[in-house]
Design a protein around this ligand. Sequence first.
Ligand code: PEP
Ligand code: MG
Length: 605
Amino acid sequence: MPAHTEPRRDTLTGSGVTRGIAIGQAHLLAPSELEVRQVTIERRDVVHETARLTRAFGAVAEELDGLKRGIAPDAPNEVRAFLDLHRLILDDALLAEAPRDLIRTRLINAEWALTIQLEEVCRQFEAIDDEYLRERSTDVRQVVERVLNALAEGSPTRVALPKKLAAGERLVLVARDLAPADVLHLKDRADLDLAGFVTELGGPTSHTAILARSLGLPAVVGADGARARIAEGDVVVIDADADLVVVNPSEEELQAFRRRTRADAEHRVQLRKLKGKLSRTRDGIAIDLLANIELPEDARDALEAGADGIGLYRSEFLFMDRDELPSEDEQYEAYAKVARAMKGKPVVIRTLDIGADKVLNEAARVSLGMGRGAPRPESNPALGLRAIRYCLAYPELFLTQLRAILRASEVGTVRILIPMLAHVHEIEQAAAFVARAKEQLKERKLKYDARIQLGGMVEVPAAALSLPEFVQRLKFLSIGTNDLIQYTLAIDRTDSTVAHLYDQMHPAVLRLIAQTIRVGTRARVPVSVCGELAGELEMTELLLGMGLRQFSMHPSQILPVKERLFELSFKEAGRFAGRVLRMSDPVKIRQVLRQELRADLAPRT
Ligand code: PEP
Ligand code: MG
C-alpha cells in the first residue's frame, strides 16, 4: 500500500478511450498477476490435476455463458462479441488441451502447465506485426487468469467488490488490467454506480477500452503506476478528453470538472433534441446525414441517431470469421432486415470488399476453390485481389450476393455500391453481373426493384481521374476517403511504420475529393463521402464548401455533425474551401481547419 495518509494531489497520463469526465471514489483491484503455485506431482496425481483443470475451465465457461445470457437485448454488439471471443479462446485446443499434455509429460501441477502454455501462446501473438492482433494476447492472458483464479479459489471472478457505497457516491475502478467480464460484473451490480476506470495496461485498441467506449464509460488505459499512486477511497477524476487522471484535485478543480460534466450533459440533451430536425445549413441547404453500418443490428443505432438512411453497409462482415460462406437466403435475410428497419429510407449495400486487411477464413477460401495451405496469393494485398476484383474473379460468389441484394430491394429502397473501382470495364462487368442476377431471379419468379441504382466508390486515384467516364455509367458515387488516402499517398493504412505519412490534409487528397464532388454534381450524379473524415467536425465546413450534400459516417457522429451544419452557411463554406484548396502545406491546412472550428465552438462553451 502506498504510504500517503493525507490525500495527495497527483496527475497521471494514459490514453483516454471515451469522451467525457468521470468523478468518483477510487476502488483498487488486487493485482491481476496471480501467485502461481508451481509444484511437481507424482504420476498417480495426473488424473487429479487434469480433473482440476477440467473443472476450472468448466467454471469459466459457465461464468462467460451466464454473463452472455444476462446481456440486455439493447447492449452494444461489442459486449457479446468480446464474451464470444473469450469463449473461443477458452475452447481453443492450444489452451484447453496442451496443458493436459504438459501435466502428463512433465509431471507438473495444473497451474504451472497452464502458465507455461500461456507464455507460449502469448509469444506467438506478440511476434505478430499488427497492433490489433498483438493486443489479443491480452485477451488470452485475461482468460487464463480466470482459469487460474478458478483453480485457486473455485471461482473465476477476481474482482473483490467494494462494500456498498453511500448514496450518490460513484466508483472509479483502478486496476492493472481489467477483463471485459470483470467490467460486466461491475456494471451488473445495481448497488454500485460505476463512473469509469483507470488501468495500467492496455492501449486504445484493447478490448477493455473498446468495451468502455461502447458502454459509454469514460476510462484512461495505459496509466503507468496507477495502483501505486492512487489509494483506496481517493477522489479520482478521469478526464478522458485530455488523456488525464487527476487524483485528489483541489476543491476549485473539482468544481471546474463538475461544471464541465454538467455542460457535457446539457450538450448531450441538446444534441438529442436535434434528432427529429431536418439537417440543413444556416442558409437552408438540405444535407443528408447517413450512417455507416457493419451488421444488420447496427441499423438500430442509425435510427436512434436519426440517420437519413444507410450510406454504407459494409457487407463483408457477414462473410468474415466463419468457415462457410453465407447462402443467398442468409444474405437476403440480413439485407432485408436493414431495408425493413429503415422504412423506405435509402440503404446502400456495398458488395463484398474482401481482401487486404479483411480476409475470409481459410475454409471459406477453400470452398471458393483456393487450395488449402496455399500461400496467401498476394504479397501486397492492398494492391491485390480485393473488392470488385475479388468478386469478378469469383462469379458465383458475386452473383449470389447480387441476387440477395436484389431480392432485398423488394422491401425497401436498396442501392448497390461497388468498391475499389479503377477501370471503366469493371463498372461494365459489374453491371453485366447485375443484369445476369436479375435474369436468374426472373427465372425463379422472384421479385426485385428493376430500377435499382448501381453506384461506385471512388477510392483509387484512377477513379477520381476518370470521372467523366464513370458518371456516364453510375447512378451515384461514394468517396471512400480511408482508401483514397492510402492509394493516393501510397501508404498501407494498416502499417504503423508509415502511419505518420497517412494524411488527409495532403493537398493531393483534398483536390481529388473536391474534384469528385464538383464533377459528380455537375453531371447530376449524387456524391457522398463515406470515409472516416465525413464524421470529423473539423472537416465538415471544408467538405460542405466543396459542395458535398451527403455525409455518411458512424452513427455516433450524426448528431454532432448535424449541429455543426446548423451553424454553417453553404455560401461561406464555399469561400472557405476555395481558400483551403489554394493552400499547399498540410500542417497549415490542419491549423486553419482547427482554428475555424474552435472559433465557432467558443460561443457555445
Ligand atoms: C473507405 O475506404 O473510405 C471506406 C469507407 O471503405 P473501408 O473503410 O471499408 O475500406
Ligand atoms: Mg475502402
